[in-house]
Design a protein around this ligand. Structure first.
Ligand SMILES: [Zn+2]
Length: 206
């Protein structure tokens, strides 16, 4: 069983107490002796859970980008929209900045997050780390802030209510895949404990 380094000092987020980091086993937490706040926790099977949710997210991401997102029907006219067409459509409509934002937040950030998580976590399950893991890990924690699929989904729901009176709308497979993707990706990231992950990367063989 791997453990966090005992020489690293820990700082309590709540009361700034400086403490020597204890050796934690899976499922254990370090509690501040002064304010009783949780300083660091080592999740049980956190790598396995992250790997499982990241793999599910990869499948859902592929489904979300392959199947129709929305079908609009008005009279005899019917049009289907794919997820990435929400970005190209905005670009064609004269909103290049908005199109770039949608492409980054809805396609690029989740793709980087899923790909990065798999690249980091899968080899760690066997105690190995691939080249560039440390740099990629920083990027993954940054991409986490830029993944805004849930904001996109909320804006889609708002526009659906407005468009509902003009045309008959049917939500496609991609929409439901995106809903499941948000849940899986959130669970994948929530299962990761940054301090624990860094310790495991340090201990892994290159
Ligand atoms: Zn404290």
């Amino acid at each position: 069983m791997q453990s966090t380094s005992p020489t690293q000092p820990l700082v309590c987020h709540d009361c700034d107490a400086l403490l020597a980091a204890p050796q934690l086993q899976d499922g254990e937490k370090a509690i501040c002796p002064r304010c009783v706040g949780v300083i660091v926790s080592r999740g049980r099977n956190s790598l396995q859970r992250t790997a499982a949710f990241a793999m599910a997210s990869a499948v859902l991401f592929a489904v979300a980008n392959s199947f129709p997102f929305l079908t609009m029907r008005a009279g005899f006219r019917e049009s289907q929209m794919l997820l990435w067409e929400s970005a190209t459509g905005l670009g064609a409509g004269g909103y290049p900045a908005l199109a770039a934002a949608v492409a980054i937040f809805i396609i690029a950030a989740p793709a980087l997050l899923i790909g990065g998580l798999l690249y980091i976590v899968m080899p760690l399950l066997w105690g190995r780390r691939l080249p560039g893991t440390v740099a990629l890990c920083r990027w993954v924690f940054r991409a986490r802030r830029w993944d805004m699929t849930e904001v996109f989904l909320l804006s889609v729901l708002v526009s659906l209510m407005k468009l509902g009176s003009l045309a008959e709308l049917t939500l496609g497979t991609s929409f439901w895949a995106l809903v499941a993707l948000i849940v899986c990706l959130t669970a994948a990231v929530a299962s990761l404990h940054p301090r624990d992950l860094w310790a495991r990367i340090e201990e892994a063989r290159p």
